[in-house]
Structure formats: structure tokens, C-alpha cells
Write a protein that binds this ligand. Sequence first.
Ligand code: ADP
Length: 745
Amino acid sequence: MQTAELSGLPEGVAEHLREEGIEELYPPQAEAVEAGVTEGESVVASVPTASGKTLIAELAMLASVERGGKALYIVPLRALASEKKREFERFESFGVSVGVSTGNYDSDEEWLSNRDIVVATSEKVDSLVRNGASWIEDLSCVVADEIHLVDDANRGPTLEVTLAKLRQLNPALQTVALSATVGNAGEIAEWLDAELVHSEWRPIDLRTGVHYGSALHFDDGSQEEFVVESGENPTTALVSNALSDGGSSLVFVNSRRNAEAAARRLGGAVEDQLTDEERARLAELAEEVRGVSDSETSDDLADAIENGAAFHHAGLAREHRTLVEDAFRNRLIKAISATPTLAAGVNTPSRRVIVRDWQRYDGDAGGMKPLATLEVHQMMGRAGRPGLDPYGEALLLAKNHDELDELFERYVWADPEPVRSKLATEPALRTHILATIASGFANTHEGLLEFLERTLYATQSTDPGRLESVTDRMLDYLERNGFLELDSGNIEATGIGHTVSRLYLDPMSAAEMIDGLRGSEQASALGLYHLVARTPDMWELYLRSGDREKYTEIAYERETEFLGDMPTEFESERFEDWLSALKTASLLEDWASEVDEDRITERYSIGPGDLRGKVETAEWLLNAAERLAVELDLGPDVVASISAARQRVEHGVGEELLGLTGVGNVGRKRARWLFEAGIETREDLRTAEKSVVLGALRGREKTTETILRNAGHPNPSIEGVEADESAAVEVEPDRGDGQAGLGDF
Ligand code: ADP
């Protein structure tokens, strides 16, 4: 089918697609159109990676908008939201407006009501429904990208329940679900009352196989000689070989540390094949990477990039990841070693994919566990860039003959696992039952079970009693904690229950926080950081060797600061969890005491991305704690101490600097410099001698002018102003609120 034959799209879109080089629809796209995707029919497209699923979604959304409707595109990762928005913005010249929902979890983002296409994560959509965003009811088309992730125990239930809610709110809603090729896509289609488009077609051939001995063994039974010299690393040999033929490589490994080590090695293999021009551009890129964050990870990444290689994992800052992905797509970076985070969604195709590690450490299993077939297939699907590569090649590595056989059976020839709903678990149901009732989707026991009938779980379940029994247990839990009232068959959310739902808290987190705050008249920052760190909404930092002793000592030293009861050392599991929360709390306290980013990342063995993630989560939870404290009338002192602790985390400064950090361009370092020079507030910035401000800011003229302007100075110009050198006061590293030595081990 030719794009020119498409009907129902905004004027000019078909022409535009042709200009982009999309003249003819790929077969699965044509099938989706035949199934009615441009006419409002619901469709599940189970199609291999890089086979044009996005266009199916775009056609559905554009046609829906053309009919006067509004579309929502649900992405699985936050990083993808802005990428997708940028992609869809090319349709703005045809009168289609695009918005991405990035606000806090407790906002309704009414401004999105005049956007034709909205992009958001499933958590964000869930929170918008909970906060009663009015435009949700105007939706005519919803797209769920990577729907197979409903199988994910942590995030799957949210996607599942959110789709069920959207469809209940709007029975005429068109649902388009995009999936990797999975065996039971038919079940997903049945759940969503959708037509199934299932295809194995790919725009570019994919050869999959295993390297073993001196050969590459392919899925079609063929073999190719590939000798790895003794002492040579097979991965680097494969990467270097692909590059000598002009192709880039993606290497998947099982840990961050391995990704970093592999990037160093890959740089060695890639470096001598770079041109001088590439070297110069890579050096520039490395500088940019160093500027993103002041940390060892940033430096290591920059070092690898100078040699044409990079690593990619969740410990990187978002800006790092974008720089790496863009440079790889532009063929400047020749090889990336990545943890599986990269396989999920981000569009970084390459000539060759090497799945170096097919086992990963699993804490629950207490050892190494093989990766899921679906996951490995997703990684392999990244191989082959249409129009650039003659074919894609995805390889696993075997050390012996048995492993060769196992890899063929497990991954090369195997079908992926079926997608299974993970809804019937306590954490998922405790959260979603409260939200479902608080937002009015059900108000009786029966109604609740009826609502749950709309989920994939119900479509798949052979044991409906299980869902009901977990539901009953969770209803009981929610009632006991004062979030729900059950009265002769009727169920209602209490005031605090509504608040918890709107704040997007796990009810267990809310219960923990309420419990801790209720008993206290005042709270120290550390106490509050510990309180939020021990909720299930904050992921744990593992205790490493020696940490147990270290944090036990701190626990006793600062015993009076903690909110709620401290478990005894004999309750070993609870105590361990409590200590690991203390480790997170110490990290947050260090951050809020102006300890440098590189020292923190080193001290806690984390990446800059982790630090930012922790800080963001703490900000959100402390904001929620503050709202709960107000609602529960816990008194102005408690509220004020939570507010101060939150602002300190937000800006990474001691309390005395909060008067400065609100001024644009005054970060944590500059605020400290100004403070030490006697400038303590916004008002001071307006009235102080400019020479002092300039001196405190280390003579940086442009920065000084910008800051003065942001502070509302009537005349921010510093023309003719001499910096007062004495204002450049030395600041001790790790200064803080008297506790700075705490994490210093
Ligand atoms: P998926 O979402 O299935 O992983 P994408 O939608 O990202 O795959 O598509 C991969 C690439 O193929 C994109 O660069 C896209 O522009 C291109 N593409 C999609 N459909 C067509 C088509 N019909 N003809 C040519 N190129 C296409």
C-alpha cells in the first residue's frame, strides 16, 4: 500500500511522509490500516523491533485528531517521552499540537487540554486520572507503546489498570497497543477488544547466531570462520571486525561495572580506526560530557568517548545518555557497551549486536539467572539500520560446546515467553484499589471486582479466586490504616485516603510516614530523610561490606533523631532494611550539606544519575509528607521542618542558603560563595556593592549580571565594576551543618 492511498489524515501528512522516504507502507503497517487503524478501530500490533510500529501509532493518532478527537501516547520510560514528543512535533505544521506531560505527580496539567497529542508515562497518566484531569474524558485514541511490559512486576500493573480505567471512562476509545513479537499477543488483543496484527516481518534481514571456537554459527545452520587470536577478547574482536566493514556495535553486559570496563576495552579496539576529524569531534563531545556532572562516572565516560566508545547505564545522568545516543546514531561513537536499560525502547540501531552476558545477578534468586528470551530478542532486534546496513547481525558468545547448544535452544531458536499479568500481588493491588475507589471507578465490593474484570489479569486468569482473595486482604489493610471506610457493602475513600491517592503514594509509604510523623513534635532533616527513605517508594541502597557496622554506629549516635521505633538488632531483617534506609538518609544529608557530587558518588558507590534519582524521589516524598502533615493537623513546627528539609534536598544546600537558591542561576556552589561574602538573601543581592558580588562570584562578569538581573536588581550592569578580591572567600570542602563528618568514611 502506498502512503498516497491513505485517507482520513490531516491535509499534507501523506505528502510529508513521502518526503521523509516513507512511500510505501511496510507490510505490518498496511495490515494495520486494513484492520481499520485509521478509522478508529482498536489494534494490537505485535511486530519485531524497528519494523515501523511508531508509524502505525502515528496514523491512528493523526486520523483520530483529524476527526476532531484527541490522542494520548503512553511511553514506558520517562526518557522516551521527550524523544517521542520531538518525533511527533514534525506534524505541528499540519495543525496538530503536541504536549508532553512532565509535571508533578499531584498536578492535573490542565494546559494539556488544548493539545491534540499528549505524550506521558503510564505512571503520569495514572496520576492524571487520580487528580481528575478533565481532558482525559476527551480522549478518542490511546496508544500503549511496548505493551508487553505489562509483564513487569513493578510497573506492569499500572499500565494495565490505567488502560482499564481509560476504557471505562470512555467506552468508544480506540486503543492501539504496540508490542514486541510475543506468542500470546492474541490474549492482549482479546483483553483490549482489538484486532491483532501479528508479523515477523523486518525491513532488514537479521541474522542471529552464536560465536564459538573459531566460527560464527548462524540460525540458518550456516557457519562463518571467525578466528579469535589467543589472548584476544572475542567481544573486542567482533566489534573491531564490524567496524573495519563500516558498522557500529552494541554490546550488552550484565552490570554497570562491566559496561564501564568493556567501554574502556572497546575504545582500545576502535581507536585506531578513527579519522583525525572524528578524533577532534569526539574530543569536543568528551568535553561536553565532562561538563554534565562533576563525577568519576562522567570522567570515565568522557575518556571512553575520546576513543570512540561509550557505556550506557541507569547510573548516567539523563544528559549523558542523550549525548551518547545521539552520537551513536550519528555514527560518531562506534561502539556502546550497555546494561539492558538500552534495549528498552531507545532508538539506537547498530550493525552488530553482541549479547555478551546472558546471565544476570538476581537478588531474589541469590545467584545468576538467565535473561528472559523476550529480553534477549529485544536486544538482538537492535541490529541492522535500514538504509545504512546491508543486514543486521546479533550474536551471543559461547565458551564451550554445551553452552553453544544451550544458547541456541534458549535464545536463537526459542519463542519468547508469554506475557503474563502481574496484577494479583499485594503491592500492586494495595495501590490500585485505593486509587480505583478514590477516583470513583467503584464504590462497592462487587463494583470493584467488576472493574478488575476489565484487566488483562481477568482475561488470563484460570484462578479468579486469587484476585479476589488478595483484593480482600488489601481492602482490609486499607481500612485498618484509615484510607478506606467499609460500610455494609459500600466502600469509600476517607479524606486522607483521597490525599494519598492524589499524591501518588503507595499506601504503605503513606502509613509509614503518618506513623513516624504523628509521634513527633519536631523533626531533624536526617530523621525526615530516614523516614522517607524507608518507604517502599524509595529504592534501597545495598549495604556493602563494612556498612553494617558503620551505620549501626551512626544509628546509636543519632538515635534521638529518628521518627518512629527503631527495630532492635535481633530483628535482623527489619534492622538491615532500617540501616539501608539510613545509608540513603546519610546520602541525602550529605547532599543537603553541600558535599560535592563527586565525593557523594564515590562515598556511596553510585552514579550521578542515581544521586539525581534519589534526590528527585526524596523531594516528591517530602512534599507528600508535608501535605499529609497539614491534612492531619500535626502543627506548624512539623510542617516547617519538613518544608525546610525538602528545600534543602531540592537545592542541595544548608538551610541558611535557602534565601539565595531561589534566585535563578544561583546553584549550590555560588550560593555558598555569596553567603561567605556576607550576601545572604535576594534582597542582599540587590543592595550589596556590586564589586563584592562580582568578587564572590570569582570575577565572572556575565554570571554576575545574570544573577543580579534575576534577583531584580534595578541596574544589573557591571560595566566599570572592579571585583573585590577579598569577597572570594575560600570554602572548606564538605562544610555543612555540623554533621558533615557523618558520611566521611
Ligand atoms: P519500532 O517502533 O517498530 O521499533 P520504528 O517505528 O522506530 O520501529 O521504525 C524504525 C525506522 O523505520 C524509523 O526510522 C522509521 O522512520 C522507518 N520507517 C517506518 N516505516 C517506514 C516505511 N513504511 N518506509 C520506510 N521507512 C519506514
